[in-house]
Design a protein around this ligand. Structure first.
Ligand code: DAH
Length: 327
């Protein structure tokens, strides 16, 4: 029995020397220390040992078991360290692919639009999304009884605040801070309690333009929009203005742009524009007898959805990478 134990120990220690990886180590463990391994197999034999020798055999058995177990622990630390060290230096291992991010299609559209207006000398202005009614309505010549102020059409907050419903607020904020002449675009989110469907969402983006100088006319307005359309939508793009009404411009117009949609040119309604109303100049302390200006507001989602053939506005804000990855 003692010899058998010595042999088991010698075999075990010799065997573990050749172990180089986790797999081999596990096989060694099963073979020597496992439930059906050699150590377990030898244990019942102690019953056949004469009682006088049993204590010695018992001690030897325990010693063999301990030495196999500690050999196992040593090796397993060695194998783990080896694996870690190996990973550090094995430059032939295939790498873990790092997902390449990209800008959201709306962000990209915004950046491109800003770029085009930047080339025409427009600076970028900004304002808060949580606004007061003065900037969102009063200063824009939208009187207290105007239907655009209906609670059902706006997100009102406590304390006379609201989520802005249009980026025209930034016209007021910019003029209140800057002396004319000025040329700015403001891009940002606006909020309206619309029921979500393929073309409506309670939050969307607008680009607002404002140009104030001496002697600005509708020609400058249309030329600016036309230059934008050509630069952004392509050399065949065109601009059409239809008479309309906005409280903060006089005269006012709706802007359509002729752009390629699914390979075919068609008119797409983009937003509104007009000559800055004298009441707006008065609200910000500009002399309406001296200064003239134009303003426009276009919907970003509308532009992007037509340009990229996106059929449902909700897809833009679901953050489904399978959708966003396409652009
Ligand atoms: N703020 C308007 C809207 O949200 C769009 C607009 C129309 C902006 C005419 C303008 C403008 O600057 O001149 O419907």
């Amino acid at each position: 029995m003692l010899e058998a134990l010595d042999e088991l120990k010698a075999d075990g220690l010799a065997g573990i020397e050749t172990v180089a990886d986790t797999e081999a180590l596990e096989m060694w463990r099963i073979r020597f220390l496992g439930a059906k391994g050699r150590l377990k197999a030898i244990m019942p034999r102690i019953k056949g040992v004469p009682p006088a020798q049993r204590p010695e055999v018992g001690r030897r058995l325990n010693a063999v078991k301990r030495s196999l177990q500690s050999a196992y622990e040593r090796k397993s630390a060695e194998v783990a360290a080896g694996a870690a060290a190996g990973a550090e230096i094995d430059v032939t291992e295939p790498g873990i692919p790092v997902g390449l991010g990209r800008r959201h299609i709306i962000t990209r559209t915004i950046d491109e639009i800003v770029e085009v207006f930047g080339r025409m000398g427009f600076c970028v202005a900004s304002g808060p999304e949580v606004e007061d009614e003065w900037h969102n309505f009063d200063a824009l010549n939208i009187g207290p009884d105007h239907p655009a102020r209906e609670p059902s059409d706006n997100f009102y907050l406590a304390g006379g605040l609201m989520l802005r419903s249009q980026t025209s607020t930034v016209q007021i904020r910019t003029m209140a801070l800057t002396k004319p002449p000025l040329r700015v675009v403001a891009i940002g989110r606006v909020y309206r309690p619309d029921t979500h469907d393929a073309t409506h969402y309670s939050m969307f983006h607008q680009v607002e333009g404002l140009y104030v100088d001496e002697g600005v006319t509708m020609v400058d307005l249309k030329t600016t929009l036309f230059q934008f359309a050509r630069a952004y939508l392509g050399p065949e793009a065109e601009v059409r203005m239809r008479p309309s009404f906005f409280p903060f411009t006089e005269p006012s117009a709706e802007v359509d742009m002729k752009m390629k949609v699914k390979g075919r040119y068609q008119w797409v309604e983009m937003g509104g524009c007009g000559m800055v109303d004298p009441n707006v100049f008065e609200a910000v302390g500009y002399d309406p007898e001296h200064w003239t200006g134009f303003a426009f507001g276009l919907g970003i989602e509308r532009i992007a959805m037509r340009k990229y053939g996106i059929a449902d506005i909700r897809w833009l804000f679901e953050n489904d990478a399978r959708f966003l990855r396409q652009f």
